[in-house]
Design a protein around this ligand. Structure first.
Ligand SMILES: Cc1cc2nc3c(=O)[nH]c(=O)nc-3n(C[C@H](O)[C@H](O)[C@H](O)COP(=O)(O)O)c2cc1C
Length: 363
């Protein structure tokens, strides 16, 4: 829409045309009412991006940019959108006139006349090769770094356990204490690397779930049993209330990972002498819900909405939300969403928090 009454219609059209001509994104217009949906307009950015001249392009369908690389899942998405006359954004592998491959982020939108009839399709193209290649390099970097870190940490862990067990000779209580501290730090480092790797997998969509029928009550009970000694040591009473016994179709290891994360946080940041309760129940809409309630310092209303976002450094008094990698809760969220479920938190500063997740049970 143009600013009112300042430009004549001709001036508006001219300005619009110059704007599209000057755009740095490729812009093409096609005519879906002509045979094979040919290009009827191309701007200079498109010819520059592809290396073809306007004469070589006009009158042809855009698929020539794919060369022989036609087995691309995004193409089916594109065909459907064109058939249904709706907008879509896809990333395609395309080839310039000189044969160089590039990643084309293409958005097409239908253009309709005053009667709502489709008159053309407009496509906007962006060469995102640099971004895709940078992402691939980062991914490789993560894989190499984490491998290079994991190997020495595994050796440190096993050496420390040999010392602690006295297999390398008698150890004094003082030495044992220092060895235990070192082992805990090595464990934390190990967990951090696992978290980073998980996170990368989640981000790149390489995260596979091995789903099977599971008893959620059993999983929750095992996690509570696993954390009871840790809680006892911190003088925290860890209790379990099983108010339902739903079965779920889920990846057990991943659900345990979510529960471990929530319970471990609750125990770690609860005041001495307080209680942490793990509750399994069915919600009003009959979904299975696991709640982990603590009496810690709670989370401010300001921080709550950002809590499950990655790499959040929050100002909350709850120490679990400061420091660390800020990855644990975002991994929990991604795991539950991959299961079609949800995670959330109810919290009031100074009154503790209830972290929860819900998943649809099997009938
Ligand atoms: C407006 C518009 C712009 C398009 N731009 C491109 C493009 O830049 N690169 C590309 O590979 N395909 C592009 N296409 C998609 C192809 O023209 C075609 O629709 C796609 O290859 C799927 O159909 P097909 O199986 O008949 O080839 C565009 C389509 C439209 C409607």
């Amino acid at each position: 829409m143009f600013i009112k009454d300042q430009l004549s219609q001709t001036e508006q059209l001219l300005l619009m045309s110059r704007a599209v001509e000057s755009a740095r994104n490729g812009v093409v217009i096609t005519d879906p009412n002509r045979s094979d949906n040919p290009i009827i307009y191309t701007n200079p950015a498109f010819t520059e991006m592809t290396g073809y001249s306007a004469d070589e392009i006009l009158g042809h369908n855009c698929r020539f940019l794919q060369g022989t690389d036609r087995e691309q899942p995004a193409l089916e998405e594109l065909r459907q959108a064109i058939k249904q006359e709706r907008a879509v954004t896809v990333v395609l592998r395309n080839y310039k006139k000189n044969g160089t491959r590039f990643f084309n982020e293409l958005t097409i939108s239908p253009v309709r006349n005053e009667h709502g009839q489709l008159v053309s399709l407009v496509g906007i193209q962006n060469d995102i090769t640099a971004r895709i290649e940078a992402e691939a390099r980062i991914s490789d970097f993560y894989a190499i770094v984490s491998h290079e870190l994991r190997t020495p940490i595994a050796k440190i862990k096993s050496s420390l356990s040999v010392i602690a067990d006295g297999e390398a000779g008698p150890v004094s209580d003082t030495v044992r204490r220092f060895v235990e501290i070192s082992a805990k730090s090595a464990d934390s480092l190990w967990k951090l690397i696992e978290n980073i790797l998980d996170f990368k997998k989640l981000e790149s969509g390489k995260f596979r779930l091995l789903k099977q029928r599971l008893s959620l009550a059993e999983l929750a009970e095992n996690v509570v049993a696993e954390f009871r000694p840790v809680a006892n040591e911190a003088s925290i009473e860890l209790t379990y209330q099983c108010l339902a016994s739903p079965h779920v179709n889920a990846d057990g290891q991943r659900l345990v990972q979510v529960m471990e994360n929530l319970v471990s946080n609750a125990v770690k940041f609860s005041p001495e002498g307080s209680e942490v309760t793990v509750k399994l129940l069915l919600t009003d809409r009959n979904w299975a819900r696991v709640e982990v309630c603590d009496h810690g310092s709670g989370i401010s209303a300001h921080d709550l909405p950002r809590l499950f976002e990655k790499f959040q450094q929050l100002e909350s008094p709850d120490r679990r939300l400061r420091g660390g990698t800020g990855l644990g809760l975002s991994i929990c969220k991604a795991i539950m969403e991959a299961h079609g479920g949800h995670v959330g938190v109810i919290s009031r500063e100074g009154h503790g928090s209830t972290f929860w997740f819900e998943i649809e049970p099997l009938q």
